[in-house]
Ligand binder design. Structure first.
Ligand code: UDP
Ligand code: MG
Length: 308
C-alpha cells in the first residue's frame, strides 16, 4: 500500500477549509490500493483556521496539523509539510480549491504507472486575474526564464504530486529564501504536466497584494540568478567606450586640425573614464559576491535519480 501525503499551507482559510477537506478526501480515498494523510500547515492564521484544523484532526486520524508561531509565508509552510510527510508520494495543494482534487487520480497514475517522478498541474487561462496582473505575470516569467535559463512558466504552480526521491531532493535544498518554482526546476526529474482551467477561489480572498507579488518576483530573480550583479560590468564597459571616444576625438582634433583642447570636454572625459574604472571594480566585487552567494546556499552539487 502506498501512502499519499497531502500538504496544505493555510493562512486565514476558515471559509474554505472544510469544503477543501471534504472534496479532497472524496477524491484521494477513491484511489485504489493507497492510504492517505493530510498535513495542514497553519501559517500563523488570525481567523479560526486553527480551530477548524483541530476539529478535522480529532475526527480523522489521518489528519495532522502544524501551527506556526507567526506568518512565515507559503514557502516555509510547504517546506514544513514536506519535512513531516511520511508518504511515498507527496502532493502540495492550496486550501482554496484552486487546485482541483479531481486531478489527484491522474497524478497518481502518472507517478505510479507511467514512470514520471512528478506530475504537476499547469493552470491555463487567467480570467479571474485582470489584465494588468496577467500582463505583469507573463512579463515576469519571460524575464526570469531569460535570466536563469531554467524552465519556470506562467501557470506552472506548486500543485504537484512527487515521488519520495524528488521530495527528498527538494528537502536537500535548505536555503532560507525559498522560491519553490525555481527549486522544482533546479532539482530536475521527469515531470508530466496536466493542464487545468483557472478556477476562482472557493471562498475568502487571495493573500497576494500587488506589492507582495512584486517582492516575490524580485525574490525569485535574486534566488536563482546573479545576473543583476553583472550590470555594473555592462555599464562600466559602455562608460569606458564613451571616454575612449571622447579622448581619441580630442587628441585627433589637436594633432590633425590643431584645435585647442577644450578643458570642459577633457574634465568630462577623465570623469567618465574614472567612473568606468569604478564600475569595473564593482563588477569584479560582484563576481566574487555571486560565487560566495551561491556557495552559501549549500545546494546539492548533484542529485541522483536512480542507481543500482
Ligand atoms: N498561504 C500561506 N501563507 C501565506 C499566504 C498564503 O500558507 O502567507 C496559503 C494560502 O492559505 C493558500 C495558498 O497558500 O492555501 C495559496 O494562497 P492564495 O490562494 O492566497 O494565493 P493565489 O492562489 O492567489 O496565488
Ligand atoms: Mg489561491
Amino acid at each position: 500500500m502506498n501512502k499519499i501525503s497531502i500538504i496544505v499551507p493555510c493562512y486565514n482559510e476558515e471559509e474554505s477549509l472544510s469544503r477543501f477537506y471534504l472534496e479532497t478526501l472524496e477524491h484521494v480515498s477513491a484511489i485504489p490500493d493507497t492510504t492517505y494523510e493530510f498535513l495542514f500547515i497553519d501559517d500563523g492564521s488570525r481567523d479560526h483556521t486553527l480551530d477548524i484544523l483541530k476539529l478535522l484532526c480529532r475526527n480523522d486520524e489521518n489528519c495532522r496539523y502544524f501551527s506556526f508561531s507567526r506568518n512565515f509565508g507559503k514557502e516555509a509552510a510547504m517546506y514544513a509539510g514536506l519535512e513531516h510527510a511520511a508518504g511515498d508520494y507527496c502532493v502540495l495543494m492550496d486550501a482554496d480549491l484552486q487546485h482541483p482534487p479531481k486531478l489527484l487520480a491522474s497524478m497518481y497514475h502518472a507517478v505510479r504507472q507511467e514512470g514520471y517522478d512528478c506530475c504537476a498541474g499547469k493552470r491555463v487561462g487567467r480570467e479571474g486575474d485582470g489584465a494588468v496582473r496577467s500582463f505583469l505575470s507573463r512579463s515576469f516569467y519571460a524575464v526570469i526564464q531569460k535570466l536563469t535559463h531554467m524552465n519556470m512558466s506562467d501557470g506552472a504552480g506548486d500543485f504537484r504530486m512527487m515521488n519520495r526521491t524528488m521530495t527528498d531532493a527538494i528537502l536537500q535544498m535548505q536555503e532560507y529564501n525559498r522560491y519553490t518554482k525555481g527549486i522544482f526546476s533546479f532539482v530536475g526529474f521527469e515531470t508530466k504536466w496536466l493542464e487545468f482551467e483557472n478556477i476562482e477561489r472557493a471562498a475568502g480572498t487571495t493573500k497576494w497584494s500587488l506589492k507582495s507579488l512584486f517582492s516575490y518576483a524580485f525574490d525569485g530573480i535574486l534566488s536563482f540568478s546573479t545576473a543583476p550583479l553583472k550590470l555594473p560590468g555592462i555599464l562600466g564597459a559602455v562608460l569606458f567606450l564613451i571616454s575612449c571616444f571622447l579622448g581619441v576625438s580630442q587628441l585627433l582634433g589637436q594633432v590633425l586640425f590643431h584645435h585647442p583642447a577644450d578643458s570642459l570636454t577633457l574634465i568630462l572625459t577623465v570623469v567618465i573614464f574614472l567612473s568606468s574604472l569604478q564600475m569595473m571594480m564593482i563588477f569584479i566585487l560582484g563576481e566574487y559576491l555571486s560565487k560566495d552567494y551561491l556557495e552559501n546556499k549549500k545546494r546539492p552539487i548533484y542529485i541522483i535519480r536512480e542507481s543500482n
